[in-house]
Ligand binder design. Structure first.
Ligand code: NAD
Length: 478
């Protein structure tokens, strides 16, 4: 069953200016499941023009009215949960249970951001002049370009759209070429919510479409989630017009397991984090440092858990705990990362091969031991169900390896020693640190990377204010 979609620009699913199409595959089988437009620069121009035209009127609406539209959208998402979750699984490959969580979280996130409508605050400050008051007003930035990756494709629409819209911006979204269908299904729901035309626009396309958006002179903020390499391209393109950027990029999250940890808890958390979404999550443990006295026990527990993983096509067998990788290219990348680790001296404790599941991009749950800091597998994002383990002799050694990375998104520490935990929290140079747990940030927190993991952040009050700018008013009275 395949379905072809049209761009959503200025409130309608128009006929395409270009006929170029992108083919979308089911990663569990590599069968074609749909087509979306591969939008030209002209289509990007049309979408940005519609967003620009709509922006002033949208910003003039009281925020609570804008929030009303967001609540209509979240209700539509909830009402269509099962259909949307199945579509996400079909085109992205995550298990259905996780796709359902993604849909629920998306709806909750939109509602959460809508709640900010009555809480956006400016400031009143004193002046050095007589009879003057200084006001700091919070205003919308203008037109937002939201460029998305494929790993949580549905939620990431909301992470950009909801704060953008409640703050008074309008938006043009470009989903990943790997997973665009769920975004078009989302647009069909938005079309039923009577949103003023041009407030939300969606264009399909690949890197050229993204580049046209990032370098567009009428875009005021590029909000991008994806890889470090693409982040660099986007920042270059945005620099042409000095357009603001908000970049949520890759990670190589370290987990430090101390001898004082609850080993069952640590092994289970790290395991879950490695198979979640087939290991394709920016903030899940990608490298583990274990204190030598518990190295063998921890490794045995993790290997046993990884071994118990059932995997395959998540729509054919709904009981599997892991689906395929998102694409043949991602599968090849993971396979070659493991091969390189082996040539650099890592030993396979489990897995290490492409798995035959009758088609699709399946990889065996894999554990690598005897890893060291010089190996690529400890330094470069892998994004697969592969867990490399390295021995450490002290917490400080673990912290030193953890911080010596070009990434700085998330980190974790497992220990029941409060002094050790607090020391690690002070010393780890990461946007996020999880203590005695792995992954899943809270929508009221702040998700932001250091070093090459990004610029700016998302979620909570601070994430919302990334979509606003400050105007100062000097108010002279008699
Ligand atoms: P990617 O960088 O390959 O692509 C992301 C998007 O950028 C796609 O829509 C693509 O079409 C577009 N794009 C590609 N080249 C472009 C260019 N030159 N100009 C403009 N747009 C361009 O990333 P991906 O493979 O889809 O996603 C996986 C990556 O995303 C991983 O590195 C992961 O860590 C990261 N990620 C980060 C977070 C976070 O919150 N920090 C969350 C999810 C994913």
């Amino acid at each position: 069953m395949t379905k072809d979609y049209h761009n959503f620009i200025n409130g309608t699913f128009g006929k395409q200016a270009s006929t170029a199409l992108l083919e979308v595959l089911n990663p569990a089988t590599n069968e074609t499941i749909g087509h979306v437009p591969n939008s030209s620069r002209a289509e990007v121009d049309a979408a940005v023009a519609a967003a620009k035209e709509a922006q002033t009127g949208w910003e003039r609406l009281p925020p609570i009215h804008r929030a009303g539209y967001l609540r209509k959208i979240s209700k539509k998402v909830r009402d269509n949960k099962e259909r949307l979750a199945e579509l996400i699984t079909r085109e992205q490959g995550k298990v259905l249970g996780l796709a359902q969580v993604e849909v629920d979280f998306t709806a909750d996130y939109i509602d959460y951001m809508a709640e900010w409508a009555r809480r956006i605050e400016g400031e009143v400050i004193t002046s050095d002049r007589p009879n003057e008051t200084i006001l700091l007003l919070r205003k919308a930035v203008g037109v937002i370009a939201g460029i998305l990756p494929w790993n949580f494709p549905f939620f990431l629409i909301a992470r950009k759209l909801a704060p953008a819209l409640v703050a008074g911006n309008t938006i043009v979204i470009k989903p990943s070429e790997e997973t665009p269908l769920n975004a078009f299904a989302f647009a069909e729901l938005v079309a039923e919510c009577d949103l003023p035309p041009g407030v939300f626009n969606l264009v399909g396309g690949s890197r050229e479409t993204g580049a046209a958006l990032a370098g567009h002179r009428d875009v005021n903020l590029v909000s991008f989630t994806g890889s470090v390499g693409t982040g660099v391209h986007i920042m270059r393109a945005a620099a042409e017009n000095l357009t603001r950027v908000n970049l949520e990029l890759g990670g190589k999250a370290p987990a430090i397991v101390l001898a004082s940890a609850d080993l069952n808890l640590a092994a289970n958390a790290v395991y879950q984090s490695r198979i979640l979404n087939s290991g394709q999550v920016c903030n899940c443990a990608e490298r583990v440092y274990v204190e030598r006295p518990v190295l063998q026990a921890f490794t045995d527990k993790v290997v046993a858990l990884m071994k118990s993983t059932t995997y395959g096509d998540p729509l054919k067998d709904r009981s599997v705990s892991m689906g395929p990788l998102v694409s043949a290219a991602q599968l090849a990348k993971v396979a070659s990362a493991v091969e390189l680790a082996r040539t650099q001296g890592a030993q396979l404790a489990l897995g290490g091969k492409i798995a035959d599941r009758g088609g699709g991009n399946h990889y065996e749950p894999t554990v690598l031991v005897d890893c060291n800091h010089d190996m690529e597998i400890m330094r470069t994002e892998t994004f697969g169900p592969v867990l490399p383990i390295q021995a450490i002799d002290s917490l400080d050694e673990g912290i030193r390896y953890a911080n010596d990375s070009e990434y700085g998104l998330t980190s974790s520490i497992f220990s029941n020693d409060l002094n050790a935990v607090m020391h690690a929290c002070r010393e780890l140079k990461f946007g996020e640190t999880y203590v005695n747990r792995e992954h899943f940030e809270a929508m009221q927190g702040f998700h932001a990377g250091r070093r090459k993991s990004g610029i700016g952040g998302a979620d909570g009050k601070h994430g919302l204010y990334e979509y606003m700018e400050t105007q100062v008013v000097y108010l002279q009275t008699k």
